[in-house]
Design a binder for this molecule. Structure first.
Ligand code: GLN
Length: 381
């Protein structure tokens, strides 16, 4: 077999999680919390299963969830959406990203991507026949500037895939960067596919600004969110897509033949969750921030100071300035076997010319797990 997908390597998240399971290592690689998730939301899902929410729901999603998504974004991000025409429920953000790329990219279209990039993007762009144009971000700030955009955009640019807050770098892009990107999208008449699954996971008072809310972007942005990230229930795979009706028409056609629909019991529980009071979301953020600080302090105490983490579940450590002259991939392989801790090499998020000195560490774990990991990692430098 020689298809595009048959030749791809296994995603780094699965590789490191398998290694962690096999070796019994502490898994700070793949990004998932180790807590059970909010009990009331889980109970809603359980009740929904027993109450009979088990047959195909409408293709576009349960009306109660589509309305809850629109209400949630109106409240949190000041984005007004028509639940009937501009919101669709998908089986996780990954399906939404796949659907958006397949629906919007035609063979020969150029697609601007920022690397480090989430590893699903590029194979999907290639499957759609798109030509990737990569903007390369670097530590410690991982920001882009006008010159970088000017090199990547052209009259052939059709789509920009933009992840903000950015996994793995933990960057929350400030308004000025978003304005610059919006200017380029408008200038070259491109659609922005915005993977905003970390929108609620921002720290130190930072507010997520959705690109769709910027002037002139309402008609040319596909906004993608994820209940898994919002509620720390990553296995649920309930995603949301918001876009103007002319875009949604194409997106829904992709969705109907990718998954068609998403488990209704989980949808109804997510609808309930999105309506929770502000304090719930603020506490979640504060809890994660505490975990971030605990791991950051631990890493500093053993001579591995992390780069700034403005959002997401992740901290990054750049090994180069520490004098550790080792490739991130080799470092991670050695650590899992010799120290019993699984991390993610950031080079796996580059399609070309990778930064090879940075490792990603997931902190959405219990204090005891974070402390145990620090103990195992001590004495490396
Ligand atoms: N988003 C998760 C991460 O970055 C992984 C999701 C997956 O394994 N596909 O770790």
């Amino acid at each position: 077999m020689n298809s595009l997908f048959s030749n791809l390597p296994t995603t780094i998240f699965e590789v490191m999680s398998v290694l962690a399971r096999e070796t019994g290592a502490i898994n700070l690689g793949q990004g998932f919390p180790d807590g059970p998730g909010p009990e009331d939301i889980r109970r809603k899902a359980a009740e929904a299963v027993l109450d009979g929410y088990n047959q195909y729901p409408p293709m576009m999603g349960l009306a109660e969830l589509r309305t809850a998504v629109a209400t949630h974004y109106a409240h949190w991000h000041d984005v007004t959406l028509d639940a009937e025409r501009e919101v669709m429920i998908t089986s996780g953000a990954t399906e939404a990203i796949a659907g958006a790329i397949l629906a919007l990219v035609e063979p020969g279209d150029e697609v601007v991507l920022f690397q480090p990039l989430y590893d699903a993007y590029l194979p999907l762009v290639k499957l759609a026949g798109g030509i990737p144009k990569l903007v390369r971000l670097e530590p410690p700030h991982w920001r882009f500037d006008e010159e970088m955009l000017a090199r990547a955009f052209s009259d052939k640019t059709r789509v920009v895939v933009f992840n903000n807050p950015l996994n793995p770098t933990a960057t929350v892009f400030p308004r000025e960067d978003l304005e610059l990107l919006a200017r380029y999208c408008k200038k070259f008449d491109a659609v922005a596919v915005c993977d905003e699954v970390w929108e609620h996971v921002t720290f130190d008072g930072r507010q997520h600004i959705p690109l769709i809310a910027l002037p002139g972007m309402r008609e040319r942005t596909v906004k993608i969110g994820s209940a898994g990230k919002i509620f720390s229930l990553t296995g649920w795979k309930v995603g949301f897509v918001c876009a103007a009706p002319h875009l949604m028409k194409a997106l829904s056609k992709a969705h109907q033949f990718l998954t068609f629909t998403t488990p209704p019991n989980l949808q109804t529980a997510v609808a309930y969750g999105l309506g929770k009071e502000d304090a719930f979301f603020e506490e979640m953020r504060a809890d994660l921030q505490r975990s971030r600080d605990r791991l950051a302090d631990g890493l500093r105490s053993i001579g591995l100071p992390p780069l700034e983490s403005q959002g997401t579940y992740f901290l990054n450590v750049d090994l180069a300035p520490l004098g550790l002259n080792v490739k991130d991939e080799d470092f991670c392989k050695t650590l899992v076997h010799e120290r019993g801790v699984a991390l993610i090499p950031v080079s796996a998020f580059y399609a070309e010319n990778p930064v090879t000195s940075v490792v990603r560490v997931c902190f959405s774990k219990k204090d005891t797990v974070l402390d145990a990991a620090i103990e195992k990692l001590s004495g490396l430098v």
